[in-house]
Design a protein around this ligand. Structure first.
Ligand SMILES: [Zn+2]
Length: 335
């Protein structure tokens, strides 16, 4: 292994902990991550190997009292927490020109109660393609990043990470096809029974039933169709946990390839957010209105009608839509 890989991953982790100010930043798992990367920085450079540690390498005086029981529990949590921040780690790697980001894995241990669990800080190649450095974001633009979704509801868990390969691909295209055929049949049947009605009540009820059936079909299947064709849409309300405002359903490429060489995509439920470049409040992604109909936009919580930005999930950049704010941003940045 190159000495640079481990060094780069450790530095990425250390910078992450230094900058992270999320709601749980001061909880124990994050404190453990801080200790891991501090330990890594000390170890790093002494040899070319990846950093390996046990709980004893991270322990302080308090941990000696319960023989590391609490610390060991927190190491397990820390591994999960770090994994949730892949996107943030990619951003940090871009920012500091690092090629690798850290993943912590538990190593196989030989049996016997005397053996301590060993953990390794594994360097993995960071995805720096989709992120623009903060210093390179154009004036007044905002940069979106992915936010962690703590708890998905049951349906969302089912859809999140659903990749359309093999049988699942046929099931997916089949479902959409069946929905279209079903929609057509309902429409034709509705038309036929409309002509057969003689009373106003019969006409109205047939019309109502047909529209209800079509509407239900549309509500259930159009997000699937729209997401596949547009790659990203505002997630249907049924997928959004009650504590969150808006989420997006993304049909994003994976590393897997089909037999014909095309890229396998999967459904991901994500939350793109940013900070308003005009007032600093939180920007969330929603459906555009008026001239922006059919597009997604970033809307500021403090001024949702005025502080509106474009949204592109590939470049992750957003420009203020109304021209007067482009000037305001430029002036406030100069001062
Ligand atoms: Zn704002």
């Amino acid at each position: 292994m190159e000495v640079n890989q481990s060094h780069s991953a450790i530095k990425c982790g250390a910078k992450f902990i230094e900058e992270y100010d999320g709601p749980s930043a001061h909880t124990q798992p994050y404190d453990v991550l801080k200790r891991i990367f501090a330990h890594g920085s000390r170890q790093d450079g002494s040899n070319d190997e990846a950093v390996v540690f046990t709980w004893q390498d991270l322990a302080d005086d308090a941990d000696a009292l319960d023989e590391g029981k609490r610390l060991k529990r927190n190491i397990k949590k820390a591994i999960v927490r770090l994994d949730e921040h892949q996107d943030k780690l990619n951003e940090i790697a871009t920012e500091y020109n690092l090629k690798y980001r850290p993943v912590i894995v538990q190593l196989e241990t030989g049996g016997g109660s005397g053996n301590l669990s060993r953990y390794k800080v594994q360097p993995v190649i960071a995805d720096t393609k989709s992120v623009v450095k903060a210093s390179e974001v154009p004036e007044g633009y905002i940069r979106y990043s992915l936010e962690n979704i703590k708890k998905h509801n049951r349906l969302a868990r089912l859809i999140n990470g659903f990749d359309a390969t093999g049988l699942k691909f046929h099931a997916l295209t089949g479902t959409v096809l069946v929905a279209i055929i079903l929609g057509t049949i309902i429409s034709i049947a509705g038309l036929f029974s409309l002509t057969a009605q003689t009373s106003v009540f019969g006409l109205l009820s047939t019309l109502l039933n047909t529209s209800l059936a079509l509407g239900a079909l549309f509500v259930a299947f159009s997000p699937l169709y729209l997401c596949i064709t547009n790659r990203i849409i505002v997630a249907p309300t049924i997928l959004v946990p009650s504590n969150l405002h808006t989420l997006q359903l993304e049909y994003s490429p994976t590393d897997k390839k089909r037999a014909d060489g095309s890229t396998v995509r999967e459904f991901r439920i994500v939350s793109y957010v940013s900070k308003c470049s005009i007032c600093g409040d939180r920007v969330e992604v929603e459906n555009g209105l008026g001239a922006m109909r059919g597009r997604l936009v970033g809307r500021c919580n403090a001024s949702p009608r005025e502080h509106v930005f474009t949204f592109d999930h590939i470049t992750r950049l957003g420009a203020p839509i109304f021209s007067e704010y482009q000037e305001i941003c430029a002036t406030s940045l100069r001062n």
